[in-house]
Design a protein around this ligand. Structure first.
Ligand SMILES: [Zn+2]
Length: 130
């Protein structure tokens, strides 16, 4: 029989697994708005376009895709963003000059002061406060 208890020699405090409550984790659970077109989170609001009646931010690419599905593009035409929620179908049939065949206003202007949706106002506020 060997019933030797070898513990207790020296350190009598067992190491405790204390949780450090003081340690704050960096928040990595950010909430991003959801793109109404592809239902994925929109992480870059700077390039987002607000869509729909409730002005949800959507991916630029999704909007572009959606427009190109609605519009019949000729081979030499493509859709570009011209700013302020406006897109344009341009063509370069001549190979030199680009001409706009049609403009598409995607973001509807609101009657508010600067015509932006809430998330964009917030965004521009953040940018100004840099
Ligand atoms: Zn999307």
């Amino acid at each position: 029989m060997s019933d030797n208890q070898e513990s207790g020699t020296g350190n009598s405090n067992p190491p405790r697994n204390r949780r450090r409550n003081n340690y704050r984790r960096p928040r990595n659970k950010r909430t991003y708005p959801e793109c109404p077109i592809c239902n994925k989170s929109v992480k870059f609001l700077l390039t987002a376009i607000s869509v729909g009646e409730d002005k949800k931010p959507a991916h630029f690419d999704c909007v572009l895709k959606k427009i190109s599905e609605n519009e019949e593009l000729e081979p030499k035409e493509k859709i570009i963003y011209i700013g302020n929620g406006n897109f344009a179908i341009i063509n370069n049939k001549s190979g030199k000059d680009l001409s706009i065949r049609k403009t598409i206003q995607f973001e509807e202007k609101e009657n508010s002061s600067d015509g932006s949706s809430e998330w964009r106002k917030k965004l521009s506020r953040n940018l100004k406060n840099r």
